[in-house]
Ligand binder design. Structure first.
Ligand code: GCU
Length: 333
């Protein structure tokens, strides 16, 4: 009888342990679970940095907060993710400034074509006072910026050979869902077509567009090169990315512990540093891979580079005085 009771007791304990493990593999139940949206695949630098962030948050809040990362656009495209964040439907995300600009127009200046002399200048700006001001400026749109991620520079790629600026004319080029990008493409004589990122592959393969523009890692990981193997390396813009939190989620985090906002910001900063390292490696490798796969790269001639900048000048002329002053500060950085 005693043996039977011991066996029953042991079985009971085992069942309880298994049930807890199924509910909470890490060992203790979090008090807050935050959903993090990412539109890139699992092995992409920004997604790997999101998991890094999630691990840091869990460690530094002693397991009270857990971050679940949903990659590959599982929670929707960037535009809809930002919309959902504005009312707290999604808690965290990493988004391109191009998309974020729709909700927070002030960010437009940071992605003007040929704004920065080089990547170093962009990082001096983003890691300094201007970058910090812009992280907070997003608050008006129901999100708060936590850190800056690298996304390199963007260039055009097309299905037919493009060896000069002239060849871009009349081509239908996919752009991100914002009017600055559309305006830039139109200024070059091409036809902009706004399509969400995760639908661009089929648009290229089905001939709905003749090309697109993006950075090396996106070009490689999406398979866009399969249909569009001509790269016109004009590096027309650097569009950095932000890690964001919805202000609704921020309130829940602060309700657990007032110090958690600072802790989450630190985790975001550390994950951003990690992302930038991964980015540098991935960018170089993607370019090499693309060359090996037969992609053809054209570097614009000096004359085309001058022409490109001239065609982008109207975007600067149309700025308000305040925006012009900001551009001057950025260029002096
Ligand atoms: C980059 C960026 C994505 C964005 C995409 C786009 O790949 O990382 O967040 O959606 O550009 O062109 O839309």
């Amino acid at each position: 009888m005693k043996r039977l009771s011991a066996v029953l007791l042991l079985t009971g304990i085992l069942a309880l342990v298994c049930a807890c493990a199924a509910r909470d593999p890490a060992g203790s139940s979090p008090e807050l679970v935050l959903r993090y949206a990412e539109n890139q695949p699992e092995d992409y630098p920004t997604t790997r940095a999101a998991h890094y962030f999630a691990d840091l948050v869990e460690q530094r809040t002693q397991g009270r907060i857990r971050v679940r990362v949903y990659a590959d656009g599982e929670l929707g495209d960037e535009v809809s993710v930002l919309e959902q964040m504005s009312y707290g439907g999604i808690d965290l995300a990493r988004a391109s400034l191009s998309t974020l600009m729709v909700e927070c127009p002030a960010l437009m200046v940071l992605q003007l074509p040929y704004l920065y002399e080089d990547a170093g200048q962009m990082w001096r700006v983003l890691d300094g006072e201007i970058g910090e001001d812009f992280l907070s400026a997003t608050r008006r749109s129901g999100v708060v910026g936590l850190s800056w991620f690298d996304a390199g520079s963007r260039s055009f790629y097309t299905c037919t050979p493009v060896s000069s600026l002239e060849d871009l004319k009349g081509l239908r080029i996919r752009v991100q869902e914002n009017d600055l990008m559309s305006g830039m493409v139109a200024a070059l004589g091409a036809e902009p077509v706004q399509i969400p990122y995760n639908d661009v592959y089929s648009a290229i393969m089905s001939g709905k567009v003749d090309g697109a523009e993006n950075n090396w890692p996106s070009y490689a990981s999406t398979g866009h090169y399969e249909g569009a193997r001509y790269v016109y390396l004009d590096e027309h813009s650097r569009v950095p990315e932000m890690q964001l939190m919805s202000t609704v989620a921020l309130d829940s985090v602060m309700a657990l512990d007032e110090d958690y906002y600072t802790i989450l910001r630190q985790c975001a900063e550390e994950s951003a540093r990690y992302e930038r390292e991964l980015w540098a490696q991935t960018e170089q490798k993607a370019e090499e891979d693309m060359l090996e796969r037969g992609c053809v790269i054209t570097i614009p001639t000096a004359a085309d580079q001058t022409l490109l900048r001239e065609k982008m000048q109207p975007f600067y002329d149309e700025l308000t005085d305040e925006q012009k002053a900001l551009v001057a500060r950025i260029r002096a950085s």
